[in-house]
Design a protein around this ligand. Structure first.
Ligand code: GAF
Length: 376
C-alpha cells in the first residue's frame, strides 16, 4: 500500500439523543449531544487533479475515487463518502485529489450515528483542506443531502447537526422547523448516561425508516384537509387526530399520535431538566420508548427486553431505544454506583435470552467535529 499523505487530522463524533425520536423530519424538537467517541480522519492533498485515495481501517484496502466520475457504489459505506464528494462537487470546482485514512471508535449500526460522523467529518475536513468557504450549517445540510441522495435514507437533520455543533457538557435543544437551537448545560450527578448496545441491526432499518416518514407525511396531509395547520405537525393536536382517525386509518393514526406526543415530551423533558426533576425526566424516557415500540413500531425484541429489564432497577431513572430503531443501543440514565452491577446483570440475562453479547459504554456530551491537528 502507498503511504497516504496527511496534512490535517479531524475528529468527527457520534451522537446521543436524550429525547425527541423521529421528530426531526416532522418539524419537532430534539435534544441530542455529540459524544466522546468519534471517527478520526487523516486528510492530505495528494497533488492530483481527481484521484482520491481512501483507506478505511475497518474495511481493508484503499478505495480510489475519481472526482470526475462519481456514481453510487454497491458498497454502503462508500456511498456516504461518494455522496459527500458529489455534494461538494456541485458547489464549485475547488476540490482536488486527496488522501484520506479513516479510523472509527464508533460501533457501526449501533444507533450513535456513525453515518453522520462519516459524512460530516469528511465534509468538514475537505472544507478545511481546500478552503471551500463552507459554514457549519452548509456542512450539516450537504451531509444530510448526501445521505438522502446516495445512501437512500431520507433522514432528518438531527444527527448531522449534533455531530457538528456539539459542545462539552451541553445538550442541544434544536427546533427542527426553524433550525433555532440552544445549548443546555447538563449536570445529572449522581447519574450517568449509559448506552447498552444490543449488537443487532435488523434489515428493516433502512426501508422502514422511509416508510415511517411517508406515513407521517400522509397523516399530516389528511389533517391538513380539515384543519388550518400550515402544513406542519407543530400545529396538530390529538383532538385533530382523533377527528381524522377514521379517514387516516389506525396505523397512520398511531404514527401521528406518537409524533404529536413526542414533540410535547421533548419540551416537558427540558422543563424537567431545568428544574432538576430527574425522576420526571426518566419517566418521559420510558414513555418515549413505549411510544416508539407500540405506536411508531420501530423497536425490536432485543431493545424492548433491555428497557423492560432496566425497570427492575430503582437506580435506573429511565431508559429507551435511541435513534432510528430496529437495533442499536438503549440509552439509560443510571446511578453511578449501580453501573457495574447493572451492566453485568444486563449482559448475563441478555445472553441467556438472545445468545448475543451485550456491549456497554458510558458517555458524556462532548464537542462536535473538530481539528485535532492543523495544516502543517
Ligand atoms: C436516524 C435519523 F438519521 C435521524 O434524522 C432521526 O430521524 C433518527 O433516526 C430518529 O430520531 O438517526
Amino acid at each position: 500500500m502507498h503511504e497516504l499523505n496527511t496534512d490535517l487530522v479531524i475528529s468527527s463524533p457520534g451522537r446521543i439523543n436524550l429525547i425527541g425520536e423521529h421528530t426531526d423530519y416532522n418539524d419537532g424538537f430534539v435534544l441530542p449531544a455529540a459524544i466522546d467517541k468519534a471517527i478520526i480522519f487523516k486528510l492530505g492533498k495528494n497533488g492530483t487533479e481527481r484521484d482520491c485515495r481512501i483507506h478505511s481501517q475497518g474495511f481493508g484496502e484503499v478505495v480510489h475515487i475519481d472526482l470526475g466520475n462519481i456514481s453510487k457504489s454497491s458498497n454502503d459505506w462508500e456511498n456516504y463518502i461518494l455522496g459527500v464528494l458529489h455534494e461538494l462537487m456541485l458547489l464549485g470546482n475547488k476540490l482536488r485529489g486527496f488522501d484520506c485514512t479513516i479510523e472509527s471508535q464508533l460501533p457501526i449500526g449501533s444507533g450513535v450515528s456513525s453515518s453522520a460522523a462519516l459524512e460530516c467529518g469528511l465534509a468538514f475536513g475537505l472544507n478545511e483542506l481546500f478552503d471551500l468557504g463552507l459554514q457549519k450549517w452548509d456542512i450539516i445540510q450537504l451531509s444530510q443531502r448526501a445521505e438522502h441522495n446516495y445512501v437512500g435514507t431520507k433522514c432528518g437533520i438531527m444527527d448531522q447537526f449534533a455531530s457538528v455543533m456539539g459542545k462539552d457538557e451541553q445538550v442541544m435543544l434544536l427546533d427542527c422547523k426553524t433550525l433555532d437551537f440552544e445549548y443546555i448545560p447538563i449536570n445529572i450527578e449522581p447519574y450517568r448516561i449509559l448506552l447498552l448496545n444490543t449488537n443487532v441491526k435488523h434489515n428493516l432499518a433502512f426501508g422502514e425508516y422511509n416508510v415511517r416518514r411517508e406515513q407521517c407525511h400522509n397523516g399530516l396531509a389528511v389533517v391538513g384537509k380539515h384543519f388550518q395547520i400550515g402544513g406542519t405537525f407543530r400545529n396538530v393536536t390529538m383532538e385533530m387526530l382523533d377527528d381524522c382517525r377514521r379517514e387516516m386509518g389506525d396505523v397512520i393514526y398511531d404514527r401521528c399520535s406518537y409524533v404529536v406526543q413526542e414533540i410535547q415530551r421533548v419540551l416537558d423533558a427540558v422543563t424537567a431538566l431545568h428544574a432538576n426533576k430527574m425522576e420526571t425526566f426518566g419517566a418521559l424516557l420510558y414513555q418515549t420508548h413505549q411510544g416508539l415500540s407500540e405506536q411508531f413500531e420501530v423497536s425490536c425484541p432485543e431493545l424492548d427486553f433491555l428497557v423492560d429489564f432496566s425497570k427492575n432497577w430503582k437506580e435506573v431513572l429511565g431508559a429507551r431505544m435511541m435513534g432510528g430503531g430496529f437495533g442499536g443501543c438503549t440509552l439509560n440514565i443510571v446511578h453511578k454506583d449501580a453501573i457495574e452491577p447493572f451492566v453485568n446483570e444486563a449482559g448475563k440475562v441478555y445472553k441467556e435470552k438472545f445468545s448475543l453479547e451485550l456491549s456497554a459504554f458510558q458517555t458524556v456530551p462532548s464537542k462536535g467535529t473538530t481539528i485535532l491537528d492543523g495544516k502543517g
